[in-house]
Design a protein around this ligand. Structure first.
Ligand code: SAM
Length: 250
């Protein structure tokens, strides 16, 4: 089992997953080709969900990035493989990848969480920020006949933690990216922390430049990656060389 862990394996993810032990991973966080464009690398990969259903534990999370069109096309397959919809988050970027001049400028992407098993048993670690502002709030006025004239009308409430919002802003990494569709660590890190238990295993069958693996390693989780494009494998190696980040390739 350890030979699968903390490595990106070269090849077609469906073939690779067929060789992996069943129930090896706690969660999947992935960004497949969406099939939205005519670009050579943007071809949908049929059948990966079925293979993923075998390598994930019976109770697990599966996060998929994608356009609305792509994700909608996945729902039937997810249901057949036993996965249910849980929630979605939006990655808001500073500028978009607008393909159409006659539509809104698209500056976001979705990531959808599916789960299997009882929701109460699915690992989840709600994420908080500490940026709630301290504020003075006005209490409901009590009638004067109660003797509380103006008493306790204003109270000070501390700031403190609040749940991370489902719309997360992070600039895209164009310019510094190693892969044309690289996802920022600022988006992947909360998903890893939320859905993968410490020391647990996250699998990304479409690893690209290795973003899920890097976020996993930084957060003390194991990862398994797959990638079938030699150029993306090179991008992982280059990313590792430039940043000193530890990513092993097999
Ligand atoms: C959208 S990109 C992922 C980018 C990644 N999230 C990152 O941050 O770098 C999808 C990747 O899946 C790879 N891919 C496509 N089909 C595949 C398959 N059948 N098996 C393994 N990898 C595949 C592509 O080469 C591409 O690098």
């Amino acid at each position: 089992m350890n030979s699968w862990l903390d490595r990106c394996h070269f090849g077609d993810c469906r073939e690779l997953m067929r060789q992996m032990p069943a129930a090896i991973a706690d969660a999947c966080i992935t960004d497949p080709p969406y099939g939205d464009t005519s670009l050579v690398w943007d071809r949908q990969c049929d059948g990966w969900v079925e293979e993923m259903a075998r390598v994930l534990k019976p109770t697990c999370s599966l996060w998929v990035f994608g356009s609305m069109r792509f994700v909608a096309s996945l729902f039937g397959e997810m249901e057949r493989a036993g996965f249910k919809y849980a929630q979605d988050i939006v990655w808001e970027k500073q500028n978009g990848s607008g393909f159409h001049a006659d539509r809104f400028r698209r500056v976001h992407e979705h990531s959808i969480q599916f789960y299997r098993g009882a929701w109460a048993d699915v690992f989840k670690e709600p994420q908080y920020t500490n940026d709630a502002r301290a504020k003075v709030v006005r209490r409901k006025t009590r009638p004067t006949h109660t003797g509380h004239i103006n008493a306790g009308h204003y109270i000070s409430e501390d700031g403190g933690p609040r749940l991370v919002r489902s719309v997360i802003y992070s600039p895209n990494e164009h310019g510094n990216a190693f892969h044309p569709t690289q996802k920022p660590l600022a988006i992947l890190a909360p998903l890893v922390s939320y859905s993968v238990p410490p020391q647990g295993v996250v699998i990304d069958p479409f690893m690209g430049s290795g973003s899920t693996g890097i976020a996993a390693r930084q957060l003390g989780r194991h990862y398994i990656g797959c990638e079938n494009d030699p150029k993306s494998m090179e991008a992982q190696a280059e990313r590792q060389r430039q940043s000193g980040l530890e990513l092993l390739c097999a």
